[in-house]
Design a protein around this ligand. Structure first.
Ligand code: ATP
Length: 238
């Protein structure tokens, strides 16, 4: 069976500076897969190249068996890839509700939009409480919930999250990770999650990849990653 997302031998970078070296990874339907690695390893570059926000030099990206290398980002999104970039870009002057509406710009059926908004509110009750509030005034945790909620409005098959725990308290990190796990369990969404918070990411993941200096240095099941002495020393502070 084809993987849901299949990245094969990607090389890319900025100008003449190569960042990713022969990177391959895949996500199967129903999996939560994490990409771990230190600052500057190339994690964001990898997600951006999957979304074609950055052109790859060579290699291929396939989604649901179709090659999407070079396909417009908006079409990749339409095909079912939701992307929540680091930095939680929101329309600051618009309300929580309006931001969610914008996430459903491809949907015209008003009842369907209503249903999706209610689904986001049930996943993140805090957003329901703040639906009329301008998103620029939300807390860090609430902004992350809204960024994820907005991506969910297009009902993605695969959700890609770039460091959702960034800037969040341990409590909010848990809240966001729990919501991702619920989403996966209840709605069957597959997830590719980039994190520096190794424990939080592994907690909800089935498998993981470690990327160092733009190369995949390790990949394995959650259990293998947790039991690897090398990884524990390097990433888990053991
Ligand atoms: P972090 O966890 O710090 O976000 P990361 O693993 O996501 O790190 P990237 O953001 O992908 O790493 O960056 C990888 C390398 O590419 C870094 O050395 C970074 O300085 C460089 N880089 C990123 N964006 C650009 C750009 N637009 N132009 C030039 N170099 C860039």
């Amino acid at each position: 069976m084809d993987a849901l997302l299949d990245v094969k031998n990607i090389n890319c970078g900025y100008g003449s500076l190569q960042i990713l070296w022969d990177v391959s990874l895949n996500v199967s339907e129903g999996e939560i897969v994490c990409i771990l690695g230190p600052n500057g390893a190339g994690k964001t570059t990898l997600l951006n190249s999957i979304m074609n926000l950055l052109s790859i030099w060579d290699g291929t990206v396939s989604f649901q068996g179709n090659e999407i290398t070079g396909v417009d980002t908006s079409n990749i999104a339409r095909m079912g890839v939701g992307y929540v970039p680091e930095g939680k870009y929101l329309f600051e002057a618009l309300s929580v509700y309006e931001n969610l509406l914008l996430g459903a710009y491809t949907v015209s059926d008003q009842n369907e939009i209503k249903k999706r908004i209610e689904r986001v509110y049930s996943l993140f009750p805090r957003l329901a409480e703040r639906k009329k509030q301008a998103s620029g005034t939300l807390s860090g945790g609430e902004r992350q919930m809204l960024a994820i909620g907005r991506a969910l409005m297009s009902e993605p098959t695969l959700l890609m999250l770039d460091e959702p725990s960034m800037g969040l308290s341990p409590k909010n990190t848990m809240l966001v990770m729990d919501a991702v796990a619920t989403l996966h369990q209840e709605q069957g969404v597959s997830v590719l999650i980039v994190e520096q918070n190794v424990k939080a990411a592994l907690d909800i993941s089935n498998r993981g990849y470690i990327i160092e200096h733009g190369r995949i240095s390790y990949s394995g099941e959650k259990k293998d990653i947790l039991e690897s002495k090398e990884i524990q020393e390097a990433y888990l502070g053991v």
